[in-house]
Write a protein that binds this ligand. Structure first.
Ligand code: F6P
Length: 342
């Protein structure tokens, strides 16, 4: 390198479910690293896969990140099935086998001359990052999830965009519900947290909001619907968080739950709608908004928060503050130990 100090090299990856704002983080990491510090950046495709399959660790340049700020998803790809400590692969007999690739990840990191790894993820991915940190990898965490369910940051990017999409859906449901005099149920994501349902329900003027934090009673829902009917309201909108469950009942799962695959919630709105229809004699319809909430262009809030997190992660790397996760507290960028966040 012409007698100059070799450039510092860092890695960046996204793990878990995608969410709007990931590209803003990647762009900020790359731009800050290159323009402020003159570092080189490598992106690992599909979570840690770039450290398991050599060709999937790709150089990131200013060109790579040009124009990605308004794009949903992540240009690096992501997966919630790529835990290098227990990596699922098809065995010879077609059965799944689990391989521990953690040493390969550490070796490849070393061989590439990387000096920091920025891991953008939810609690699952950050727990993996923490394990690598404990094994000696200089890791920095960036929290992401539409669910907004991470303790150590007051908000995660992705949430605001999901909220916008969910509120827009409720607004649309309102007009058709009113025209037909129906009770419309709309099921929203959020895993075991009711943030999306609660805030979208409030913003959209829902008549009933069911969240996992408060088990519900069918009778209370029926009482509310009847009250509205008495007041001349022919229709109602019921927002149901996917993780909501009845008092003395259970959460409903759609699938997943094998070793490498998180359990997938879904189906509670249909169940409640059926029960309410029987018990209160009303016509119901159900909409499951699903992954629409994860897609699309990030809101200005998520673009800005993602960018702030990306810059802050590089600054932590520059100061050698490894094992930390960037966070937002009282509107200010801060950081916490990853182990305290997960
Ligand atoms: O954590 C984000 C999230 O979208 C949850 O709200 C939802 O329960 C889950 O991911 C869906 O996961 P998948 O993309 O694996 O279906």
């Amino acid at each position: 390198m012409n007698g100059m100090q070799p450039a510092k090299r860092i890695g960046v990856l996204c793990g878990g479910g995608d969410c709007p704002g990931l590209n803003a983080v990647i762009r900020a990491v790359v731009k800050t690293s290159i323009l402020r510090y003159g570092w080189e950046v490598f992106g690992s495709e599909d979570s840690f896969d770039g450290f398991i399959q050599a060709e999937r660790l790709v150089p990131m340049t200013l060109d790579t990140v040009r124009g990605i700020l308004p794009l949903g998803g992540t240009i690096l790809g992501t997966t919630n099935r790529g835990n290098p400590f227990r990596y699922p692969e098809q065995g010879e007999d077609g059965e799944l086998v689990y391989i521990d690739y953690s040493k390969d990840v550490m070796e490849r990191f070393e061989k590439m001359g990387l000096e920091a790894l920025i891991v953008v993820g939810g609690d699952g991915t950050l727990a993996i990052a923490q394990r690598f940190f404990e094994a000696g990898l200089p890791v920095i965490g960036v929290p992401k999830t539409i669910d907004n369910d991470l303790l150590a940051t007051e908000v995660t990017f992705g949430f605001d965009t999901a909220l916008q999409t969910a509120t827009d859906a409720i607004d649309r449901i309102h007009t058709t519900a009113a025209s037909h005099g129906r009770v419309m149920f709309i099921e929203l994501m959020g895993r075991n947290a009711g943030w999306i349902a609660l805030e979208a329900g409030l913003a959209g003027g829902a008549d009933v909001i069911l969240i996992p934090e408060i088990p519900f009673y069918i009778e209370s829902i029926c009482r509310k619907l009847k009250e509205r009917k008495k007041r001349g309201r022919r229709f109602s909108v019921v927002v149901v968080a996917e993780g909501a469950f009845p008092n003395e009942g259970e959460r409903i799962y759609q699938g997943g739950g094998r070793d490498h695959e998180p359990l997938r919630l879904g189906g509670i709105a249909s169940q409640v709608a059926e029960q309410v229809s029987k018990d209160c004699g009303v016509e119901t319809r159900v909409i499951v908004l699903g992954h629409l909430q994860r897609g699309g262009s990030p809101t200005p809030f998520d673009r800005i928060l993602g960018s702030r997190f990306g810059v802050a992660a590089v600054e932590l790397a520059a100061r050698g503050q490894f094992g930390r996760m960037v966070s937002l507290r009282c509107g200010q960028i801060d950081s916490v130990w990853i182990r305290d966040a997960v």
